[in-house]
Ligand binder design. Structure first.
Ligand code: HEC
Ligand code: HEC
Length: 154
């Protein structure tokens, strides 16, 4: 009995996925190429390396990286990012210092060194490329929403 139920569930799922894919909702990244065919991969785009710090979409957003990070080692032995962004190094490098939150443990205590939970920078910070968007982005900045006239209450 259980196998039959599972089989039916899988069939229903497969059909609905098929329908969704046909409507193009799940297909943005595959570019409408059937699942059993291999698509020609997108070209690799250059990383933006203009050194211009970017506006954050909201205050708590990890800022995106405005420079190349090719071959920057971040592992057990070395953290290349910290060789420019640590408190001790910014005088020489003029890089922005990692913020105080990077020196805090999860209970909010301040540590003398980078907190282990902030060690792998690229978990949160990423460079950007000029690649065209594969899906539409409808994000609206809160500042724009606040500027819109308020609806008057009845
Ligand atoms: C050689 C020094 C150097 C190294 C190494 C380096 N950075 Fe930077 N970084 C800078 C400088 C300088 C800036 C300021 C903008 C610019 O000049 O590119 C910057 C800007 C940034 C910013 C933007 C900050 C903001 O407020 O907008 C982020 C995020 C960042 N770097 C992350 C990283 C990460 C992650 C790594 C390691 C993968 C790294 N950086 C390695 C020098 C460095
Ligand atoms: C778990 C996510 C996370 C990790 C890992 C992380 N960051 Fe951040 N980072 C953030 C967030 C969120 C912000 C913005 C809010 C804040 O400052 O905490 C930020 C801010 C920054 C800034 C801007 C500081 C400022 O005051 O303008 C720099 C530079 C930066 N991070 C560099 C790094 C580097 C270098 C590493 C690795 C050693 C790193 N971050 C690891 C999430 C992270």
């Amino acid at each position: 009995m259980r196998t039959i139920t599972t089989a039916i569930a899988i069939a229903v799922l497969a059909i609905s996925l098929g329908v969704l894919a046909q409507e193009g909702e799940l297909d943005a990244l595959r570019g409408h190429v059937p699942l059993l065919e291999e698509r020609t991969p997108e070209p690799l785009y250059d990383v933006v390396n203009d050194d211009q710090r970017r506006v954050r979409a909201y205050p708590m957003q990890p800022p995106t990286i405005p420079h190349k990070i090719d071959n920057y080692q971040v592992d057990l032995n070395a953290n290349r990012c910290m060789s420019c962004h640590s408190r001790q190094r910014v005088g020489d490098t003029q890089a922005p210092m990692i913020s105080v939150t990077h020196y805090m443990d999860r209970d909010g205590n301040f540590l003398a060194e980078l907190s282990p939970r902030r060690y792998f920078c690229n978990q949160c910070h990423v460079p950007q490329t000029e690649a065209p968007l594969t899906v539409e982005n409808r994000f609206v900045d809160i500042a724009e929403i606040l500027r819109q006239p308020r609806e008057t209450e009845e």
